[in-house]
Design a protein around this ligand. Structure first.
Ligand code: PBG
Ligand code: ZN
Length: 351
């Protein structure tokens, strides 16, 4: 690697660091006009690589979003209406999040055969068939009254209330939920709870019910990040007490992310995801070197929020900031990007 760099950057007359510029090599040659720049552009972004997160609520009223412009909690009829324009612009994939009418301790709304996400998936697939890839986020935090991503248990014998998410009890619910999403017609199930063994559980549950073609997109390296704030407001999924640090990853860890991803790959994940994206591009780049599986990245709500506010303040052109952020995620190695800017980026890519 070093040798290749030296040969191309130096004509051998000047030893490195001699203080003499080698102007036989001029990198600006390939930047001199838009056509030349485009010819040698290393990475590209295309419409098929964008997946839009969508929120669907029970009931007939769409609730406007105070947090993410363009992302209300849609009623099912409004969601279907929205998808018409999304598909017309070239949108090809969505990931659906549900906001149920009622929450309970076990998050039963997540695997109800007539749950809001199940109804939404059925309706979308009925209208669009193979023209739209439908992924379903598989987690319980939108469905549990305590807002945690699984079955919550209390530890006794401590002074302060101490709750934990019971890994193996949650696995049973994950298996059930995956089948209910596949039955509704989901092309992709995307477990996001960071529960150990979730991918293996889903694969075996799906296969047992003959859903052998259902794709698993695993939130394999998902960090306990500060960047999920706007999502939790919108999806009403904030934990009522505590945080998610006992299941989501410590932001200080990189090697552990590779272990998470290797495990999920071995358990049968079809696509591995890193989340968030922009603060974790090093993880994405490492994963790109390490794995041959397709990689996804989730540009999360707090990232969208930051870009939004930056553009609003007039510091940059909004569309340029959006496209630069998405290109950075591509450059780091993502095949698929989940982004709140999907619809907007589709329009920008058509220009
Ligand atoms: C559910 C889930 C979350 C996100 C995706 N799936 C929230 C969380 O883990 O608290 C975050 C997405 C975003 O911030 O845009 N577990
Ligand atoms: Zn969750």
């Amino acid at each position: 690697m070093l040798a290749r760099k030296l040969v191309s950057a130096d004509n051998h007359k000047n030893p490195p660091n001699s203080g003499v510029a080698n102007l036989a090599v001029r990198l600006r040659r390939l930047r001199q006009n838009p056509v030349i720049r485009a010819a040698f552009q290393e990475n590209r972004l295309s419409k098929e690589q964008l997946m839009a997160p969508l929120f669907v609520r029970e009931g007939s009223q769409t609730k406007p979003s105070g947090t993410l412009p363009g992302h209300p909690q849609r009623s099912l009829p409004d969601l279907l209406k929205y998808l018409e324009s999304f598909a017309k612009k070239g949108g090809r994939s969505v990931i659906v999040f549900g906001i149920p009418a009622k929450k309970d301790a076990l998050g039963t709304g997540a695997y109800a055969s007539n749950g809001i996400v199940q109804k939404a998936i059925r309706a979308i697939k009925k209208n669009y068939g193979e023209d739209l890839v439908v992924a379903a986020d598989l987690c319980f935090c939108e469905y549990t009254d305590h807002g945690h991503c699984g079955v919550l248990r209390k530890r006794s014998g401590v002074l302060t209330p101490n709750f934990y998410v019971d890994n193996d009890a949650t696995l049973d619910l994950i298996g059930k939920t995956s089948v209910s999403l596949a039955e509704a017609g989901a092309d992709i199930v995307a477990p996001s709870g960071m529960i150990d063994g979730m991918v293996a559980k889903i694969r075996s549950s799906l296969d047992r019910q003959n859903f052998k073609e259902t794709i698993i997109l695993s939130y394999a390296a998902k960090y306990a990040s500060t960047l999920y704030g706007p999502f939790r407001e919108l999806a009403q999924s904030k934990p009522s007490s505590g945080d998610r640090k006992s299941y989501q990853m410590n932001p200080a860890n990189a090697r552990e992310a590779l272990r998470e991803m290797a495990l999920d790959a071995r358990e049968g994940a079809d696509i591995l995801m890193v989340k968030p994206a922009l603060f974790y591009l090093d993880i994405l780049a490492k994963a790109r070197e390490e794995f041959d599986l397709p990689l996804a990245a989730f540009q999360v709500s707090g990232e969208a929020w930051m870009i939004e506010q930056y553009a609003r303040s007039g510091m940059a052109k909004r569309e340029d900031a959006i496209l630069e952020s998405l290109m950075a995620i591509r450059r780091a190695g993502a095949d698929l990007i989940i982004t709140y800017f999907a619809e907007e980026a589709l329009a920008l890519l058509s220009r």
